[in-house]
Design a protein around this ligand. Structure first.
Ligand SMILES: Nc1ncnc2c1ncn2[C@@H]1O[C@H](COP(=O)(O)OP(=O)(O)OP(=O)(O)O)[C@@H](O)[C@H]1O
Ligand SMILES: [Mg+2]
Length: 387
């Protein structure tokens, strides 16, 4: 994800200084100035590294127990029937394993997988040519399915339900729709925005799995496996420290592990331990709860300048020198989820946990509920904390 803030002067990563820790370095040494170390999205350089870290089978996929168990059942039943399973929709925030699970579905079914994405399908014809070349049982992975063009979407309804496409032959008044039968296949759709999927499309998926943020224990398991694959020696304390700062997101966990490994390498440490993790992550500005500079700037602005709020989003954005959009999409979701801020009808307010996180004493009016020792709790404030 490209964020506006990285293009602005005066922020980390903006000055073109390759030693700036905000730069992500790809293996070939190239620098991506737009990357943020706690960005849940990935860039092209990273995707290659990620592919190597993906678990290949359901049994090796830690976390998401519910989705995993349900999926396992759906796949096993299909295997026993000897026919392709229902279409599978995977939804959830970036970096939680949707693509990984799509690959696993194909692997478990022992079927080839065809990979494309919503934005790549601009015309119905693009989809028609993919569909008409599918083999029986093949898995069609449609990433970012919510971004598919409307006519293609309509073609997909028919294909998913009746295994048929109407191929238009000719032009103008003489054009004819010739129905083309397709062999049964399985669509695996992935989306970060399930709410944007039109209902008729959503309904054609027999199974929907919603991925949630990972518990620290699961991230520890994931990191231990990644460390092994990357040939990094890491102890449990070091791994746990990285896991707790990873925002419940395997992609971020794996990325932080690589940064800590870099630090350890450069400093002649053979093991990623607690000390290495702490020092390296401090260098990358990721604090003990996984907040980075922007997140903390938002909290600082709320608490120090606006006495905890509530204050409008655009005011917060101006106070931290950012676009509203950046604050809303980059910092806020995590801060709200972790209970640092609440959305109220009159704007954003800092909870007492936010005050304490900054080492400040919360005023009596600060929304409470979280005392900072309870760890991450999902928070749907529903406007309860009206300031
Ligand atoms: N349960 C898991 N176990 C091990 N690694 C995981 C798990 N989930 C995700 N990962 C790792 O995290 C990285 C990102 O996962 P993946 O690409 O599947 O996320 P995604 O949900 O498809 O994200 P996006 O929405 O950005 O496409 C990959 O390197 C993958 O190996
Ligand atoms: Mg993906």
């Amino acid at each position: 994800m490209t964020t506006v803030r990285d293009e602005e002067p005066g922020v980390p990563g903006a000055g073109g200084d390759p030693d700036d820790p905000w730069f992500e370095r790809a293996d070939d040494g190239s620098i991506d100035a737009t990357a943020r170390v706690v960005d849940p999205a990935s860039d092209d350089g990273e995707r290659r590294i990620e592919a190597a870290l993906r678990p290949k089978r359901l049994a090796d996929f830690p976390g998401q127990t519910r989705v995993r168990d349900q999926l396992s059942l759906v796949l096993e039943a299909a295997r026993r029937r000897g026919s392709p399973p229902d279409h599978v929709l995977l939804s959830g925030p970036p970096g939680l394993g949707k693509t990984t699970l799509a690959m696993i579905v194909a692997a478990e079914l022992q079927q080839p997988i065809r990979i494309t994405s919503g934005p790549a399908i601009q015309h119905a014809g693009d989809l028609a040519s993919i569909l008409s070349s599918l083999a029986e049982g093949e898995v069609l992975f449609l990433d970012e399915i919510h971004r598919m063009a409307r006519p293609a979407e309509e073609m997909l309804y028919l294909a998913m339900e009746d295994f048929r496409v109407d191929v238009i032959v000719g032009k103008g008044p003489g054009a004819m729709a010739i129905p083309l039968e397709l062999p049964p296949f399985t669509v695996v759709g992935a989306t970060t925005r399930a709410g944007l999927l039109p209902a008729p499309l959503r309904d054609r998926f027999g199974f929907t799995g919603h991925l949630d943020f990972y518990a620290t224990e699961d991230l520890v398991t994931i990191l231990q496996r990644s460390a092994q694959l990357l040939d990094v020696e890491a102890d449990l304390a070091g791994i746990t420290e990285i896991a707790t700062r990873s925002r419940g997101t395997p992609r971020i966990a794996n990325r932080l592990l690589r940064r800590v490994r870099d630090w350890a390498q450069v400093h002649g440490r053979s093991v990623v331990d607690l000390d290495a993790a702490r020092v390296a992550l401090a260098l990358f500005d990721v604090d003990d709860r996984g907040l980075d500079r922007l997140d903390r700037a938002v909290l600082e602005a709320l608490c120090r300048r606006f006495n905890g709020g509530p204050v409008g989003l655009s005011t917060v954005a101006v106070a931290v020198g950012e676009e509203s959009d950046t604050v809303e999409t980059v910092a806020e979701p995590f801060l709200v989820r972790e209970g640092f801020i609440v959305r109220t009808p009159r704007g954003r307010a800092a909870t007492s946990m936010a005050w304490r996180h900054l080492g400040l004493t919360p005023p009596a009016h600060a929304p409470g509920l979280y005392d900072g020792t309870q760890g991450a709790l999902p928070l749907d404030d529903g406007g309860r904390f009206g300031g």
